[in-house]
Design a protein. Structure first.
Lengths: 344, 390, 240
């Protein structure tokens, strides 16, 4: 980014600008996703119009909702553990935003280009588990507690297939750094043909599917939404939250969806880059963020499509799917990838 | 007659025994979970106090009465024509069907018979209310299991049926159209054709639900083998309607004891399922909606001409006597036991509502299931709160 | 296994035949019940009623379920034969007109009622409360029939045997009857309130329990004819 702006800034100035731009980008994307999918796409799926009053075609609806939540009373229930209860949304939110630190949006557009890239992302994403569990515990509500415990069990179970699915990609690239993964895809070749580079969705198709399923579960979206399960647990760990704290959970939920979609598009769809030499490196400075946003939004669409189509699993069935199906398949995928890597 | 296969029975017993063993080994401390009275899955104000061990139910106790309106007492101070307004509100999703058995029981005591055309129109409206009721069940079952989309289709397509009911009776939900000796009015012009058109929509809806829910592996994993009711238990608890047929009981009041309605003239089939689980109950109801649509088509085609009202006295006094008439309502057997002393008002009306008996099985059925299965079982047993509380 | 509805017999055509069926059924019932049977009634082409002795109420359930094959439990309830001391709480003019006009329409029936005193249902009865239940034989297409069973409840004890050990579904029905009529069901596992709040006093379905809605406000439509407050009324109230 410094090269784009060609300015000579101090480290703190640079960081401030990066974080500011990052926050704006994430929130804008999240807002767009909520409007496009949660309000409109789903409404059309369900043969209704969705919000139509606030702004043209209801496009300002989200602002109205945020305004409403901000005005609401911030309620602590009598028996709740006030400190933990208050901190929980912040933990979830920080987990979400820390994920974005290493996701590259262009040749230089990355807040911090860590060498451990993808493992950093997965590690940060699992911090949310702590937040959700403490939210469930601190609410002093049985539904919340059950939701929190379910969430803990589920998020830990699906952390494994998530990591194992990534391993295949890492083996192919030979690096954990996300920029390296992006370059490996745009410059790569499938059996010597480099017309579209080597997006790992083709060579790591099994990994991609496992990653998407695991992401669905990590996001606690239907069919894996037992921690929330509004028809059973009436909202699970969110039951006692109102106003701004609920808003934080809400933003975190959708920002995490965007985050995981961005990670998935970086890992499997080529990230910010276009295949091979479709566009010059200087073009990618401004085209890159658009490309990755488009890919991420598309993947979020898949998440929501599934969410509003399928019924929900039961808790034990969910665990069975993770341990008895996804993890063995992911392990098999790693073995096959390793063999092929050595063979070719 | 056993209808649950031996294999299923054994599986069920084995599962219960295994669970019991686990409980003894772990010695966990129980927790009481209060579902309702304000809970999205109890659509209405039913409350279930469940004692849990982990997520497993040790003991469940339904608490009704949050909406008890005392209809049995109220009927004692109302004239017969006034009572139909009351009983409309028992099963509010299939209101017309509530009026019919009451009117039939009163007609039986008065020894009045409605003209044939009135009988046929009653049957049409009866089946329309069955469709409008069960359509909502089919969509709502998805919501119980976490699929929110089908219920919107259900609300959309139910409108086609409600429109027809409204066009004929003037009321979307509470028609109050049935009279002792016939009907309030004849059908409006062009109604039969538009009704047949709406039946096509209903069939389309059934296909959609089959695609969206019935065929879904997740749906099957959530409902198959959950909440198995053996036929004998079902009879003991007085389960009726689709719940009984899903347990393999070959019994439909429309076929076996049809009084004052046109079912014997129609070509239709009683569907039953032998599994007795939640999936079977859902499946039977889908088939019933289809069958009802078929019946409405036949009824519209063969509707006889004639008056819709028999000659009855202006002031209705029912001679002394007792009568019990039950019909196959959307929820099951709904019957009225009328005791008349020859007054303007009935002396005693016992309302035998389907959901009350259907829900009385829940303490037995919920023992040993998991919390998500409570919702599946309650959803598949299908109750309307007004029908429990009366 | 499923049968077409078209094969079901047309009821009105075989009225005499059905009656014979019912006679035969009643003969079987009386044979099985033996001395427990007190009275019986057949409404031609419609239904069968039997009244059994109070002590036999519990045993009858066992007989009808296990020997007569009436395995389906319809309902169980109680009836209070005492005429309501409050009448219909008829206060509107329409009702008074109707009530006055009505006897002239069917003089015979009211005469009968006054002659024989109060008519206690088709099978009679001696006590104020009577328990009645309905069970059916289901599951055989073409052989569906129901039976209403009644038994007097002694005025002194207001107690009768429970059916829960034979028909598990009687549980809720007996709880309802217990709270609505104050009848004890001996042997019931837990007579708790099912509809009413636990601290509710009285038994609402008894005829001498007033329907308070009618006591508080006359029925119907008095609300509609209440005069609207005029502007001068409002002004006066405001001044005071």
């Amino acid at each position: 980014m410094t090269t784009v702006l060609a300015a000579d800034w101090a480290y703190w100035q640079e960081t401030l600008v990066k974080v500011g731009l990052g926050l704006v980008a994430v929130l804008l994307l999240t807002g767009a996703v909520v409007y496009m999918y949660l309000f409109k796409f789903v409404s059309f799926m369900q043969s209704r119009l969705g919000p139509m009053e606030a702004g043209p075609y209801g496009s300002m609806q989200l602002l109205a909702e945020v305004g409403k939540w901000l005005q609401k009373e911030d309620i602590f229930t009598e028996n709740s553990d006030r400190i933990v209860f208050g901190l929980a949304p912040a933990i979830v939110m920080s987990s979400t935003f820390l994920m974005f630190v290493v996701i590259p949006a262009g040749p230089n557009a990355v807040i911090s280009d860590l060498g451990t890239g993808i493992y950093y992302v997965l590690a940060m994403s699992s911090i949310a588990t702590i937040g959700i569990l403490s939210a469930g515990w601190a609410s002093a509500n049985k539904y919340s507690l059950m939701g929190g415990l379910r969430a803990a069990g589920q998020l830990i179970a699906y952390e494994l297939p998530l990591v194992l699915a990534v391993v295949g990609v890492v083996i192919q690239v030979g690096s954990l750094n996300l920029q390296d993964i992006v370059h490996a895809q745009s410059d790569g070749a499938i059996f010597g043909w480099s017309g579209i580079g080597n997006p790992f969705i083709l060579t790591q198709f099994v990994g991609f599917l496992i990653f998407l399923i695991a992401v669905q579960a990590e996001l606690t979206q239907s069919p894996f939404d037992m921690p929330i399960a509004e028809s059973e647990l009436v909202g699970g760990y969110q039951v006692e939250y109102t106003g701004i704290r609920f808003l934080v959970f809400f933003i975190a939920e959708f920002a995490t969806a965007v985050g995981f979609a961005a990670v998935a598009s970086t890992l499997f769809l080529g990230g910010w880059a276009l295949p091979a030499d479709w566009a010059s490196a200087s073009t990618m400075h401004w085209l890159g963020p658009i490309v990755i946003s488009a890919k991420a939004v598309l993947l979020v669409g898949v998440v929501f499509w599934v969410r509003f189509s399928l019924p929900r699993f039961r808790e034990d069935q969910l665990q069975q799917l993770a341990w008895k199906f996804l993890i063995p398949v992911a392990l098999l995928n790693i073995v096959v990838t390793g063999i092929l890597k050595v063979a070719f | 007659m056993t209808s649950v296969t031996d294999r299923q029975k054994l599986q069920y017993i084995a599962a219960q025994a295994a669970d019991a063993r686990v409980n003894v080994e772990l010695e966990t401390e129980g927790m009481t979970l209060n579902l309702g009275p304000q809970h999205p899955a109890t659509h209405g104000t039913l409350r279930i106090i469940a004692q849990l061990d982990g997520e497993q139910v040790v003991h469940a106790e339904p608490v009704a009465g949050y909406m008890h309106r005392g209809y049995e007492k109220l009927t004692e101070v109302r004239t017969y024509p006034q009572i139909t307004t009351l009983v409309n509100r028992i099963d509010w999703l299939g209101s017309f069907a509530n009026e019919v058995p009451f009117i039939l029981a009163a007609e039986q005591l008065m020894e009045v018979e409605a003209p044939e055309r009135a009988m046929w129109i009653r049957t049409i409206l009866f089946e329309l209310s069955r469709i409008s009721n069960l359509i909502l069940f089919l969509g709502d079952m998805g919501v119980q299991l976490g699929a929110v989309t089908p219920v919107f289709f259900a609300f959309r397509d139910r409108e086609f049926v409600l429109d027809q009911i409204e066009a004929a009776t003037g009321g979307r939900f509470h028609p109050n159209f049935d009279r002792i000796g016939g009907l309030k009015d004849d059908l409006p012009k062009g109604w039969l054709e538009s009704t047949k058109g709406s039946m096509d929509k209903v069939r389309e809806f059934c296909d959609q639900i089959e695609d969206l829910l019935l065929g879904s592996e997740i749906f099957q994993a959530r409902t198959r083998g959950i909440g198995i009711v053996p036929a004998d238990v079902a009879m003991q608890y007085g389960l009726s309607g689709a719940n009984a047929r899903a347990s393999g009981i070959d019994w439909d009041i429309r076929r076996d004891n049809c009084i004052g309605l046109a079912y014997p003239e129609l070509d239709w089939k009683v569907w039953k399922h032998t599994d007795g689980d939640s999936f079977a109950r859902f499946w039977v109801r889908i088939q019933e909606v289809r069958e009802a649509a078929k019946m409405v088509d036949q009824l519209c085609d063969g509707l006889p001409a004639g008056p819709v009202m028999a000659k009855v006295p202006r002031i209705i006094k029912v001679p002394a006597g007792e009568a019990y008439v039950a019909t196959e309502n959307p929820l099951g057997e709904m019957g009225y036991y009328i005791v008349s002393e020859g007054e303007l008002t009935p002396f005693r009306v016992k309302i035998r509502s389907a959901s009350f008996s259907n829900m009385s099985i829940t303490p037995w059925l919920l023992r040993g299931v998991y919390v998500p299965d409570i919702i599946t079982i309650l959803g598949s047993l299908y109750f309307i709160l007004g029908d429990i509380d009366r | 296994m499923t049968n077409d509805a078209s094969v079901t017999e047309a009821a009105p055509a075989e009225e005499v035949a059905t009656d014979e069926t019912r006679e035969a059924r009643l003969a079987t019932i009386s044979e099985s019940l033996g001395e427990m049977l007190v009275d019986s009634h057949i409404a031609t082409g419609r239904d069968i009623w039997v009244r059994v002795s109070t002590d036999a109420w519990g045993a009858v359930a066992d007989v009808v379920r296990n020997r007569l094959g009436l395995r389906y439990f319809g309902f169980l309830s109680v009836i209070d034969w005492m005429p309501s001391p409050y009448g219909r709480s008829m206060d509107s003019e329409v009702d008074i007109v109707l009530a006055d006009a009505a006897p002239s329409d069917e003089a015979t029936s009211s005469d009968e009622a006054s002659d024989t005193g109060f008519n206690r249902g088709v099978t009679g009865g001696e006590t104020r409360f009577q328990a009645f239940a309905r069970v059916s034989h289901v599951g055989d297409p073409g052989d569906f029939w129901g039976l209403t069973i009644k038994a007097d409840i002694p005025d002194e004890t207001l107690a009768i045997d429970t059916w829960t050990n034979v028909y598990a579904g009687a549980d809720w029905h007996e709880r309802e009857a217990w709270e609505m009529f104050g009848i004890q069901f001996t042997g019931h596992p837990g007579l708790r309130n099912i509809y009413l709040p636990t601290d509710f006093e009285g038994n609402p379905m008894r005829k001498d329990f007033p329907l308070l809605a009618r006591m508080v406000k006359p029925w119907p439509g008095i609300v509609d004819v209440e005069p609207l407050p005029t502007i001068s009324d409002g002004a006066e109230e405001g001044d005071q």
